[in-house]
Design a protein around this ligand. Structure first.
Ligand code: AGP
Length: 606
């Protein structure tokens, strides 16, 4: 998704903007640009490609120092990847950057062209700039208020007006914007990683409110001009957490951070050996008299929901449906006040998941979100929030966010089981103590890196491969398959092992890799039979199973075993193994592990 940075203060804005855009690279983008006041005018420098190219361009052109500017990394939605389409966009006296989609831009363009205002790019963003310029009469507030009335869709804008040097205005509808005032000046950005250098205290710009940034102040007003004091938030991580820390890629660093991330997420929610969400403001009454639970999310977050379903149905005997958010929001779902809707989202900004929560609330269902970013849109939209404490997740491929989401699902399943009389206090305490051991279990699995790096060699040249498993192993197959394909670009499919013979096994031919996950004791032998079916058709098999499981060595090319444990907690260990497999396959294929092609870290548009 696009990255936004704005700064006005008492140091060279160009440096602040370029630095800020570098920290936002992880969001995924294909072009970049900055605009700033210099010699009393707004200058713009932009480029296709990386921020480093932009920095070189800025360095070669001689500009006076400037103290106010805006910067943008563009993830193309409307219009190709060209310099003309990159942001910032200028229309007359208005220069702006935008994250989101203006859905009625064609209709607006027709109206503007009748006024002789023709865009030079193919973007919806330039249309917004033309709209604002067509209104601007010297009053930014009135311009923004009237302009936004014409716009339909999601937006986060930072706007500069040519006759107001030193001032930046911002407004959002859906797309995230956070801001702070520091001793260097006022900073606004798409997310905290760009602000943390200046302050750990920040606020989320409330939707449909206008922020005015000057070097000494950040003023927020509603559309009627009333001053608003947004809630100040504080991040509990530091700038080092947002840097690579000596690892080759953020993804590897974040894989290694999982034990600590899980510990930080579960510890505040365990009191006297029992799950306790009091500190989250979640009362036990939320978990009573439920007829159904719906878990909604996208991608990896949805896969965490698949594990959650297995756990809640196993421990609490409550029916759970897992829904893909982009399907759920248009499916006219059956919801009522006895349905609890749980949204899972690392960024808390995924447009489809946010829309799902809004639909659930309108239907009278209670909503609980499991989110990693404090103050994010989904968190603010939900009745209750369970924040995970993974710290900033920079790599596009989600790893530590996934396992902390799992840890939250385990605690919720134990709580639901106990509240609904399906689990005794002793049983819950036993399960909680297993969960508390997971961080140390993972410290052991993290030592598998060299073994898995070697094994991943058989995947490097693959064009197609399959993950198979049953029950919890199938849910991990889904996550392993997504991890692998999104960063290695190998076509991968996850299949319920028992389903293969209903058609797909026709694709199992000589040397096609099959990664079989078989940790769930009650179905291991069934999965082993499916592995034999694949093996007999020439598949190369990587088998992930439990230590001590007697497996015919001829059955697989490689066997990865996890230490003996309660198999209900195997998902955490298997998660690290499939993350490693994906990571090393991508590295061996010479790809950009952290910023895979076409992908964004947070999909804030539909
Ligand atoms: C996972 O590796 C992907 N980056 C992607 O599937 C991601 O999980 C999905 O877009 C949901 O994002 P969210 O958790 O921020 O809502």
């Amino acid at each position: 998704m696009c990255g936004i940075i704005g700064f006005t203060g008492n140091c060279d804005a160009k440096e602040v903007l370029i630095y800020g855009l570098k920290t936002l690279e992880y969001r995924g983008y294909d072009s970049a640009g900055i605009a700033f006041f210099a010699d009393g005018k707004i200058k713009t420098v932009k480029t296709v490609g990386k921020v480093d190219i932009l920095a070189d361009k800025v360095a070669t052109e001689v500009f006076d120092a400037t103290e106010c500017g805006i910067g943008h990394t563009r993830w193309a939605t409307h219009g190709g990847v060209t310099e003309v389409n990159s942001h910032p966009h200028t229309a007359g006296r208005v220069t702006l950057i935008h994250n989101g989609i203006i859905e009625n831009y064609q209709k607006l363009q027709e109206e503007l062209e009748k006024q002789g205002r023709k865009p030079v790019s193919q973007t919806d963003t330039e249309i917004a700039a033309l709209v604002f310029d067509s209104i601007y009469n010297g009053d930014p507030y009135e311009t923004i208020r009237k302009g936004c009335e014409k716009l339909e869709g999601a937006y986060g804008f930072c706007i500069m007006f040519a006759d107001r040097p030193g001032e930046i205005y911002a407004i959002r509808n859906g797309s995230p914007l956070v801001a702070t005032l520091s001793d260097k000046g006022a900073v606004i950005a798409s997310d905290m990683v760009a602000l943390i250098k200046y302050s750990k205290d920040y606020f989320v710009l409330p939707e449909h409110m206008i922020a005015k940034l000057t070097k000494d102040a950040v003023e927020v007003t509603d559309l009627k001009g009333n001053e608003v004091k947004p809630e100040m938030l504080h991040v509990n991580w530091d700038i080092a957490a947002a840097r690579k820390g000596g690892y080759d890629y953020f993804m590897l660093k974040e894989i290694h951070e999982q034990p600590q991330a899980i510990s930080k997420t579960i510890s505040p929610r365990i009191k006297d050996g029992m799950p306790d969400f009091t500190s989250d403001g979640i009362d036990d009454s939320l978990f009573k008299d439920l007829s159904r639970i719906i878990i909604v999310g996208c991608g990896t977050a949805m896969h965490a929901g698949l594990v959650g379903r297995e756990l809640i149905e196993k421990f609490a005997r409550i029916q759970v449906n897992v829904e893909i958010a982009s399907e759920f929001r248009y499916a006219d779902p059956i919801l009522d006040e006895k349905t609890l809707v749980i949204a899972i989202s690392q960024s808390g900004e995924t447009a489809d998941t946010k829309a799902a929560i809004e639909i659930a609330k309108k239907s009278g269902s209670k909503t609980l979100s499991i989110v990693n970013v404090k103050g994010s849109s989904i968190a603010r939209e939900s009745d209750y929030v369970l924040y995970t404490h993974a710290g900033p997740e920079i790599a596009v491929a989600s790893t530590k966010a996934y396992t902390v989401q799992l840890s939250a699902m385990y605690l919720l399943a134990f709580k639901l089981g106990y509240i609904n009389g399906k689990l005794s206090k002793e049983a819950v305490k036993g399960l909680v103590s297993c969960l508390r051991k997971v961080p140390s279990d993972l410290e052991q699995i993290l030592k598998y890196d060299k073994q898995i790096e070697t094994i991943s060699n058989i995947l490097t040249k693959a064009e197609d491969l399959f993950f198979i498993g049953r029950g919890l192993d199938y849910t991990l197959s889904c996550e392993g398959s997504l991890k692998l394909k999104e960063i290695s670009y190998i076509h991968s499919e996850a299949y319920a092992a028992g389903e293969l013979k209903h058609g797909t096994i026709s694709l199992i031919t000589d040397n096609i890799p099959v990664i079989a996950i078989a940790t769930q004791k009650h179905v291991i032998q069934k999965t082993i039979s499916n592995v034999k079916e694949c093996r007999s058709r020439g598949a190369n098999v990587i088998l992930i199973t439990n230590e001590g499981e007697s497996v015919d060595p001829a059955l697989c090319d490689h066997q990865i075993t996890i230490p003996k444990m309660d198999d209900r907690f195997a998902p955490f260990s298997v998660a690290v193994i499939v993350q490693y497999l994906a990571y090393y396959t991508s590295v061996h294929r010479g790809l950009n592990v952290d910023q895979p092609r076409n992908l964004a870290k947070s999909v804030t548009v539909e």
